[in-house]
Design a protein around this ligand. Structure first.
Ligand SMILES: *Cc1c(COP(=O)(O)O)cnc(C)c1O
Length: 345
């Protein structure tokens, strides 16, 4: 039980005491000179978990996606991705500005492009058209409510892309949530992608950072681009140390967040004026609709006055994210608040 229940995002998780200790003790060096042993340990550990040759610690998921896109494309190429993807919607058009690539967003039902959609989106060899440079997949899918695709679905998409000589990037900001939810090792999801990025700063509760993984040659290129965008950090082992604790200690407990999300969604489904697609609640995100004009703002304000913070993602749509600083009592309190607010709706 916490004084304030904060369901706005899993980025709000605070570092654990063990992380603080690891940070204080971390052995460090200048990471631009590749002399920080703690960063190297985190990168090697991440690469091992994802079955890749090498890893690169970056400041954020956004930076991880940016360096991955730029490292694998040339200016003027096109990137095929889902219309609701994080890269297309929430990364300030960085790939367009820094990488000079064009985005080719495709509308999907669940956030995951089907192999036929990739086939249709790939550009034919023709002097008039841009070249397809990269295909991006997002798992779990943020805007679709933390939904997961399977390793086999990624393999099917990658087969089409690779068949045309196009690499695949996996935006796996919450890939460990998918791994825990589907009971599959994270490397199964990464296997068919040429690059993958995941956040230690979300459900895994580290204060800062993401890791990009892939083949050694890709990571060497990504390292140059990270430097170009100002992401070369010095004694950053102080921060990476928390990422190591995140990977070693915080993955299995994601199952609790998923159980809390399911309990929250099941409660919401019983309330008047609110609707939620229970099948979409596979991990730690619950997106639900408020069937009432300006209902989302009303709910956000009503919850805030009851010390429960939730986030409106549209005039009639709310997103709640469970994480390690939200427990089962907090979920019960959130449902009490929602019940009071929607009474008589
Ligand atoms: C959070 C998120 C990112 C970006 O992470 P930041 O660390 O906030 O930059 C990228 N992709 C997805 C799917 C995310 O949910």
């Amino acid at each position: 039980m916490h004084d304030i229940v904060d369901l706005r995002s899993d980025t709000l998780t605070l570092p654990t005491p063990e992380m603080r200790e690891a940070m204080a003790r971390a052995e460090v060096g200048d990471d631009v000179w590749e002399e920080d042993p703690t960063v190297k340990r985190l990168e090697a550990m991440a690469a091992e978990r994802l079955g890749k040759e090498a890893g690169l610690f970056v400041a954020s998921g956004t930076m991880g996606n940016l360096v991955s896109v730029v490292a694998q494309t040339r200016p003027g190429q096109e990137v095929v991705l889902d219309l609701d993807s994080h890269i297309f919607n929430y990364e300030v058009a960085g790939s367009a500005v820094i990488g000079n690539v064009q985005m080719r967003p495709v509308r999907t039902a669940r956030g995951f492009l089907a192999p036929e959609q990739i086939r249709e989106a790939l550009r034919p060899p023709n002097i008039h058209v841009p070249e397809t440079g990269l295909v991006c997949v997002e798992n779990t899918h943020n805007r679709h409510g933390g939904t997961c695709c399977t390793p086999e679905e990624i393999a099917a998409v990658a087969a089409v892309a690779h068949g045309a000589g196009v690499p695949v990037h996996l935006d796996g900001a919450r890939i460990f949530n998918a791994a825990v939810a589907l009971g599959r090792p994270a490397r199964d999801f990464a296997r068919h992608a040429d690059s993958v990025t995941f956040c230690v700063s979300k459900g895994l509760a580290a204060p800062v950072g993401s890791v990009v993984c892939g083949a050694a040659a890709f990571v060497a290129r990504a390292r140059r681009i990270r430097k170009m965008v100002g992401g070369g950090m010095r004694q950053v082992g102080v921060v990476a140390a928390a990422g190591i604790v995140a990977i070693e200690r915080m993955v299995d407990r994601l199952a609790e967040d998923h159980a809390n999300a399911r309990a929250l969604a099941a409660g919401i489904a019983r309330l008047p004026g609110l609707s939620v697609d229970l099948a979409s609640v596979q991990t730690n995100i619950v997106i639900f609709a408020v069937d009432r004009p300006s209902g989302a703002a009303e709910l956000v304000a009503g919850c805030a006055s009851r010390k429960v913070k939730i986030h409106a993602i549209g005039p009639a749509s709310i997103r709640c994210v469970t994480h390690k600083d939200v427990d089962a009592d907090d979920i019960a309190r959130t449902l009490d608040a929602l019940r009071e607010i929607t009474r008589g709706w």
